[in-house]
Each structure stands twice: as C-alpha cells, then as structure tokens.
Write a protein that binds this ligand. Structure first.
Ligand code: 5RP
Length: 320
C-alpha cells in the first residue's frame, strides 16, 4: 500500500518504517498516495490505528480540511509540525481533479518536503502574496484563539503565511487547548533573532521579566540549542531562536507582550500569533473534534466522513 504523508514523516523522524503503524481502524478514507494523473479515488480502506494523541491530530486535521478547503481554493499554505502531515493526507484524499490546478506554499523545510513528496505543486509566498487558506499547527491556543508557535522554529514563515491568508486555521490535539498561554507550553515564547543580536535581546527580555529559571527549577530564558549539534538552533532563515517564558500576569495579555517583544531591535519575529485565527480544531481522545471559531462559537463534531461523503463535501464546498 502506498505510504501516506504522515507515515512518511513519522518513519523519517523515527528512523522506522511505515509498517510501525498497525492497520485496522474505525474510520475509512482512501489511502493517501502521491498525486497521480488518471488515478481514481480508491474505494474505502481501513485507516491505520494510531496512538491517542496521533489520532487526535489526524481528526483535527481531517475536519479542518473538510470544512475549509473546497474546490474553489487554489492557493493553500501548509504549516509545520507533526499535525500538518495529516492535513496533506486529507488534501490528497480530495483526489487528482481537486488538486491538479492548486499550488501549495510551505512554511519551512519540513512542509516543503511534504508537498514535494506528495506530488503536489510547490509555490512560495513571494509568487503568491494572497493565499486562500493556510492550515497550521500550534504549541498552545488560548480562549481568544491567540497561540504560541515556533516549537519547530518556523514562526517567521508561519506568520507570513498566516497573515497572507484569507483564512488561517489551527489544527492541534487536545493538549494544546488552553485558557492562558504558557500554561502547558512552559518553555517560553519562541523568538527568532538576528544571530549577532542574540545576547542583547536576551538582556532585554530578562529586563522585561523573563526569568532565568522557572519555579519548577527548569531553565527559563534561553538561547535554543541544537540536539545532535554543537551550538544554537539555526532557523530556515539563518537566525537564532530564544525561548522566553513570562509570568502568568504578562501571558494574560499576549497582544501587549507581542508588541513589546517585537519592538526590541534584533527581533525578527515573535511566536505569538494574536487575532489571526479563523478557527482552531482540537482533536480529542474520545474521537470528537472541538472547533473554536473567531466569532466565539464552540462546536463539536463526532465523526469524520468516509470516502463518498468526503467527495460530496468537496464538490459542495460552501466555505467562502
Ligand atoms: O509552530 C510550529 C513549528 O514552528 C508547529 O506548528 C507547532 O510546534 C505545533 O507542532 P505539532 O503539530 O507537532 O504539535
């Protein structure tokens, strides 16, 4: 069976193979495969069973694609992280006809690879300054749909693709659904900085109130260091990343904090995304998906449609 995008990535990251994921499932959709002309959507096959968190990510991604990516959407932004491969899987499931004249813009190296391996047409935001829909993951989302992003150090491109999009949608598992930012994502706000300015910005952030140590004894304000690499993490844009936690009182007003950090000279972009999301989709452990929208509405859906329903839904897509 062809390897779905999510399995490809998982296999790549874990060093294992797609066979790590066991087949058999309660849900049925077409197997995802690189986009190939002339291929019909296959009849239903079982989806692989995934651990709870992975399954929650998949549910959120599938529901968001079904609701926000219709046939009329031709320029689509693809975010970064471990939830986004399921977004690509669901887009592929819409079939060749739906995807043949679409272009997909990545938020970084990982999503670029994802788009290419899926056989989708790759573009960039310098060619397409207006995007129909961008779907991306998040590290934490608050009650007002503000989010922390940049766990994968992609926040600069992610924010450009979010801002350029008519509709920006977040997909995440239940662990990311929060009241106040910084509650579950405690390692701090990811801040991309020009390398030569990092020490000055660290000092600025410390003066602003970012602690060197967290109350639990873990490190606070830090320059993010590479794993299996001596030295700092370098972003896709050649910059460094600082992780800056702030006390709850300051995290309660992320807009104010965002503006203050962004004003520090040497800061390229801040991983606080405020007042940008149209909706956030959270996959739950019980198989439901919680949808919080920018109009304040909260919705819950209990199942992801199977193949024929998906096809009908794509054809009838009413999302503007
Ligand atoms: O902001 C990001 C990368 O910079 C990711 O979207 C964020 O880290 C969420 O990733 P995941 O879907 O793996 O939880």
């Amino acid at each position: 069976m062809p390897t779905p995008a999510a399995e490809l990535l998982k296999a790549k990251l874990s060093g294992g193979g797609a066979s790590d994921i066991k087949a058999s499932s309660p849900l049925f959709i077409p197997p995802t495969q690189p986009l190939t002309p002339g291929k019909q959507l296959p009849t239903s096959v079982p989806l692989p069973v995934l651990p709870a968190v992975e399954s929650a990510k998949r549910l959120a991604a599938f529901a968001a694609v079904d609701r926000h990516i219709g046939l009329q959407h031709k320029v689509i932004g693809i975010g970064s992280g471990s939830t986004v491969p399921y977004v690509v899987d669901r887009i592929l499931a819409q079939g060749f006809e739906a995807n043949k004249d679409r272009v997909f813009l990545p938020t970084g190296f990982q999503s670029k690879e994802l788009i290419i391996k899926a056989g989708l047409t790759l573009g960039d935001v310098d060619q397409y300054a207006r995007i129909d829909v961008t779907i991306d993951g998040a590290d934490e989302v608050d009650n007002d749909l503000n989010s922390i992003k940049g766990g994968g150090a992609c926040q600069l491109r992610e924010k450009v693709l979010a801002e350029a999009a008519d509709t920006w949608v977040i997909v995440a598992d239940y662990r990311k659904n929060s009241h106040i930012l910084g509650t579950t994502w405690t390692q701090g706000i990811p801040i991309e900085v020009a390398p030569f300015a990092y020490a000055k910005v660290l000092t600025n952030l410390s003066h602003m109130g970012s602690p060197q140590k967290l109350p639990n004894g873990k490190p606070g304000l830090t320059l993010r260091m590479g794993k299996m690499k001596a030295g700092p993490v370098v972003s896709d844009n050649g910059n460094f990343i600082i992780d800056a936690p702030f006390p709850e009182e300051m995290m309660k007003d992320p807009v104010d904090l965002l503006h203050k950090i962004k004003m520090l000279t040497g800061v390229v972009e801040v991983g606080l995304f405020c007042n940008m999301a149209k909706a956030a989709y959270f996959g739950n452990e019980d198989g439901t998906v919680l949808i919080r929208s920018d109009d304040g509405s909260v919705d819950k859906i209990s199942s992801v449609p199977n193949t024929p329903e998906l096809k009908a839904q794509v054809n009838d897509a009413a999302v503007p």
